[in-house]
Write a protein that binds this ligand. Sequence first.
Ligand SMILES: Nc1ncnc2c1ncn2[C@@H]1O[C@H](COP(=O)(O)OP(=O)(O)OP(=O)(O)O)[C@@H](O)[C@H]1O
Length: 464
Amino acid sequence: MLPRILVVDDDRYTRTLLERMLETGAEVQVAADGAQARQLFAEGDFNLVLMDQRLPGANGIELLREFRVRRPKMVAILMTGYADVRDAVAAVREGLFDYLTKPFEDLEALEAVIGKALELDAAYREIGGLRARLAAEAGAPALVGKSPAMERLIGQIRQVAGLDTTVLLEGESGTGKDLVAKLIHAWSPRSAKPYLEVNCGALAETLLESLLFGHEKGAFTGATVTSPGYFEKTDGGNLFLDEIADMSPKLQSSLLRVLQDHHFTRIGSTRSRATDFRLICATNRPLAGEVTAGNFREDLYYRVNVVVLRLPPLREREGDVIRLAAHFLDHFNAKFGKECGPFTPAAVDTLMSCRWPGNVRQLQHCVERVVALHPGGPIDIVHLCPSCDARNACRPDKAVAVAPAASHRAAVGYQEARAEFEREYMRRMIEAAGGNVSEAARMSGIPRQNFYTRMKRWGFVTDQ
Ligand SMILES: Nc1ncnc2c1ncn2[C@@H]1O[C@H](COP(=O)(O)OP(=O)(O)OP(=O)(O)O)[C@@H](O)[C@H]1O
């Protein structure tokens, strides 16, 4: 379906120019004054409004404010004469997408700004649609993405979720493997049964063994009570083994036996127990390569390599960066009680041209940081990841273009830099302590109450 654009301008020449320019890729409606514009806006759902600032009997900025009350996520571009630029800049700060000065001199640039505005509108709409879908599929995590690569993946997830087959998720770190595993569970007939996950690379061999197999009381020093393991607890449900390539050779052979006969024995017991879990595994290193390198058993590889879903890196998902950025903006605005955004065209450009080596996780952290530190209002290039030194690395081809941002970084005020440091420091401490606040406070040497106050300041916790 073609996007719908409303052009409001009393100048016939401008109306005709825009109509001609846009008609092949959009459905354009034109209004010559405020009254006509109000009527068309009330009747139609427009993806973009191009508004002249001076209209007979109306002020374009006021009219857009009026429209925005009815549709807060409306994307609009103000068209203004050089004399009124100061007002237009102020309007952009209020959340207008952009402004263009008339007469238009560079039609290509005009088309580019309109294209970006339409992309932002598409992203907002998708997030709205996603929320509605999520409400319908209560409990399923939000997997944002409409690029061909993601559409293909989502189709594959739908297909395999319903089948009782082992699934192997391959993809770089931060591409969403964990999220996809949860989605497979949510969409599977086993969704009412338990779903448990463990990162095989994060635990020592003995701990992982006891976590998976469970143990009897007295099986080893410290086993003061009998504890069932994940093989048992996920009976009827799904078990997600993340970073399976990091499993020790001994555990690989134990897992192989469990997968072969669907039976296992708790540590310290001789009784074999039956279990029926569906296995989902993930790796960020291709498993075939690990077999060749002698790190992963070939027979286990054939067991887990039944259905392989490959998660594309973010740089291969054309168009998804803006969708994801809009999604995270929405999420963190709600979480921190802020009203940051929209992204300015320059920010959209920067987001789109970054290579995102850390994939979706890096983008998520970038938006979270912006929302946490930004007082509110439009997000410009200078607000994006001021602390992210990867920015040049992100965009090796754009080193010159980011030079102003580098000088911005040098110009960051002391308070802002300190705030940035403190927030990042708190996050690392909390992560290192596995989410345990007392432990994080102890490690940092900050009294617990004080630590908690700082956590609240940076939005890690909110008062209920
Ligand atoms: N398509 C997506 N839509 C929305 N959020 C996403 C998407 N992909 C990833 N995320 C979010 O990005 C973050 C990183 O994703 P996730 O942990 O699933 O990656 P991963 O591939 O498992 O990483 P690792 O290999 O490092 O464990 C999570 O917070 C996840 O919710």
